[in-house]
Design a protein around this ligand. Sequence first.
Ligand code: DC
Length: 223
Amino acid sequence: MKTVNIAIDGPAGAGKSTIARSVASELGYIYVDTGALYRTIALYMNENGMSETADIINALDKCEVGLKYIDGQQRVFLGDRDVSEDIRKPEISMGASKVSAIPEVREHLFNVQKKMAEENDVIMDGRDIGTVVLPDADVKIFLTASAEERANRRYKELALKPDCPSYDEILKDIIERDYNDMNRPIAPLKQADDAVLVDSTTLSLEQVVETIKKIILDKTGVK
Ligand code: DC
């Protein structure tokens, strides 16, 4: 039976994962966070002290990235090791943006993503889901917000944690990652021609969830 595939793309910090997780749980779909796959490669490279592109490409065969769903939550594995928390460190965010520009890395992860979408009803979020990974997705959404608003949300999220970076550092990091992700030659972040644009700058989380749920229900006819 054909599975339902929903693609949500957009820049870092637009709220894709929070919204996709919430909508997926309401609709009974599996939420696939593809950024976690790139982060896992970056973690492996970081832990093994690799920064040269050639070394990264040669190490890909040893980098067994896998997804498992435990109590409905995505967990990411590097071999047998659950790395779901380790990949969230700030240095891994920038590392993921860098390794994601390497064509061999993207190819390595392409099949993992494709297989998930062939076997399950999914809401998949990333940068190139609607343009490259699932060009025939049933629904495509491009979720964005201003860089300042994204930095502001991230700052509020991190403010309670020790070693919280300043607002200016977060904003600089967001602008740099946007630039890397939008300007790489392969599979850059961009809105697919048939994607619906949702700008969440002035919307609450609840409003964005409702907007996106309505777009999905209208397009798929699912009630
Ligand atoms: O969504 P995220 O912030 O966890 O993603 C980390 C990096 O991975 C992001 O800066 C770009 C890259 N990425 C990508 O190139 N393609 C995807 N489909 C998902 C993420």
